[in-house]
Design a protein around this ligand. Structure first.
Ligand code: PAF
Length: 280
């Protein structure tokens, strides 16, 4: 496993392997790796000749300074895990390396960034687009792997690839859950014991909401879900939306064409957790 710190070094290593006809699989991360990341990394390793993982906590996608400051950082443990997963190349740039000067680019994400997460985290997806575009330009992978837990991000990355006219296949990978159903996330470790105990309610509610589909309209399911958080003292529901899985428009009727996905964001103390479930 080779660890690179600069864009130029990693790019020249990968240019040489690409010239040899090797397929490059890329998993961008912000570190604090868990089994959810491991599943993406294992899949990328199986489907490609060269496995590249980046670790970079990207400041431009954090809309709250405290969230950036508290974001877990575990470089040594991450590198051990990446070695065990037989990663070929790790890219861990500094902030100065990624942003030698302020990135003022704004991306037209077609409104996909104005709903759900975009309403609660202003500028978040523009920051994601800034860093992912730079990472893609540097690594130039054949395939890049993203978790479906960040469903809106996955849809936006597909849009970004289209906007930038890049020849990269974006592979969405299933959510990996704890035994009690909580979706794995680097942020889970920031929960207090009581919050962690309460957190499985999020996925339980999503599953129950899916069951409601046979009896209720989308609007009724939405208000039923709101009710499920009313008496939960540790949790605050930020949003629950049932959307079309390609344009993220709210679903008004079950007979509309397209796949439907229910997305949720819940605040537990200082931590925000997101999750989602397909309704068909
Ligand atoms: O999903 C993440 O961990 C981040 O948003 C990403 C894609 C690595 C960009 O910083």
């Amino acid at each position: 496993m080779i660890v690179y710190r600069t864009r130029q070094d990693v790019a020249s290593h990968l240019d040489a392997t690409r010239d040899l006809g090797k397929r490059i699989g890329f998993v961008p991360t912000m570190g604090a790796l868990h089994q959810g990341h491991a599943s993406l990394i294992e899949r990328a390793g199986k489907e490609n000749d060269i496995l590249v993982v980046s670790i970079f906590v990207n400041p431009t996608q954090f809309n709250e300074p405290a969230d950036l400051e508290n974001y877990p950082r575990k470089m040594d443990e991450d590198l051990t895990m990446l070695r065990d997963l037989e990663t070929d190349v790790v890219f861990t740039p500094s902030e100065k390396e990624m942003y030698p000067e302020e990135d003022r680019r704004t991306f037209d994400l077609g409104g996909l960034d104005n709903v759900m997460e975009g309403t609660f985290r202003k500028g978040h997806f523009n920051g994601v687009a800034q860093v992912v575009s730079k990472l893609f330009e540097t690594v130039r992978p054949h395939r890049a792997y993203f978790g479906q837990k960040d469903f809106q991000q996955l849809v936006i990355i597909r849009k970004l690839v289209e906007l930038m006219n890049l020849d990269i296949s974006i592979v969405g990978c299933p959510i990996i859950r704890e035994p009690d159903g909580l979706a794995m996330s680097s942020r889970n470790e920031l929960l207090t014991r009581a919050e962690r105990k309460a957190a499985p309610h999020i996925y339980q509610t999503l599953k129950a909401a899916k069951e409601q589909k046979a009896m209720r309209s989308p609007a009724e399911v939405k208000s039923w879900v709101s009710g499920q958080f009313e008496d939960r003292s540790l949790m605050e529901l930020e949003y629950f939306e049932i959307v079309n899985d390609t344009d993220l428009r709210p679903v008004r009727s079950w007979t509309e064409p397209g796949r439907k996905v229910a997305c949720i964001a819940v605040r537990l103390g200082k931590v925000r957790l997101i999750d989602n479930i397909f309704f068909d």
